[in-house]
Design a binder for this molecule. Structure first.
Ligand SMILES: Nc1ncnc2c1ncn2[C@@H]1O[C@H](COP(=O)(O)OP(=O)(O)O)[C@@H](O)[C@H]1O
Ligand SMILES: Nc1ccn([C@@H]2O[C@H](COP(=O)(O)OP(=O)(O)O)[C@@H](O)[C@H]2O)c(=O)n1
Ligand SMILES: [Mg+2]
Length: 200
């Protein structure tokens, strides 16, 4: 079941490895996860993507999720965790990058108590707000939250609620901090160095 020092997770009868990928909005989490998938065989689970898919599916939670994303707020943990559990169970893989989760203390504590899963590592993409803002404003994915008003709210939530989660894992010695302000390929060089050290 796992404890804070044991990263051998038994989940639904299977041994699995989980890496949390954290960093501010626009720090490059999704971009680097795509590279990691290609080179290291992980399955990428983006909490934001799962929530957006849930809105599109017409689920009863859809309107609530949509409103929260538009306001840059964090959706209740129970909702996001259910989506992550379904994705883990349906994947057939045993190695996961969980991108954009946990984003606050409620996410973190609920995930640990509901799933018993403890992350092997936390990749932290460290990037200046100025650079993140520039990237988000030119992301062009048609997202309802990539406008300057919502971006400012997301930065505030990041500073107040998400950074403490990174500090929590930092105190456990699990955080690998990456300078995410560099070009994509240079960031991936640093990411690769971390993954080459992760036990197979
Ligand atoms: N290192 C980088 N340098 C410049 N632009 C980047 C870099 N990494 C990602 N981007 C671009 O910035 C935007 C945000 O990246 P994304 O991976 O979606 O970040 P996140 O998932 O952390 O919000 C995208 O348009 C992406 O193409
Ligand atoms: N754990 C999470 C992750 C995302 N979200 C919501 O989804 C939005 C977009 O998350 P995302 O991870 O796709 O955003 P980026 O950091 O990739 O820009 C967040 O601002 C939250 O409103 C959430 O509520 N809980
Ligand atoms: Mg993303």
């Amino acid at each position: 079941m796992g404890s804070v020092t044991d990263t051998t997770n038994q989940y639904a009868g299977k041994k699995i490895t989980v890496i949390f990928v954290l960093g501010g909005p626009g720090s490059g989490k999704g971009t680097q996860c795509a590279n990691i998938v290609e080179h290291f065989g992980y399955t990428h689970l983006s909490a934001g993507d799962l929530l957006r898919a849930e809105i599109k599916s017409g689920s009863e939670n859809g309107t609530m999720i949509q409103n929260m994303i538009k306001e840059g707020k964090i959706v209740p943990a129970a909702v996001t965790i259910k989506l992550l559990q379904k994705a883990i169970q349906g994947s057939g893989n045993d190695k996961f990058l969980i991108d954009g989760f946990p984003r606050n203390e409620e996410n973190r504590a609920a995930f640990e108590s509901i799933t018993g899963i403890v992350p092997e590592l936390v990749l932290f993409f460290d990037c200046s707000e100025e650079e993140m803002e520039k990237r988000l404003l030119s992301r062009n994915e048609g997202r309802e939250d990539d406008n300057i008003e919502t971006i400012r709210k997301r930065f505030k939530v990041y500073m107040e609620s998400s950074l403490p989660v990174i500090h929590y894992y930092s105190n456990l010695g699990k955080v690998r901090k990456i300078d995410a302000g560099k070009p994509v390929d240079a960031v991936f060089e640093d990411v690769k160095a971390v993954f080459q050290k992760v036990a197979a």
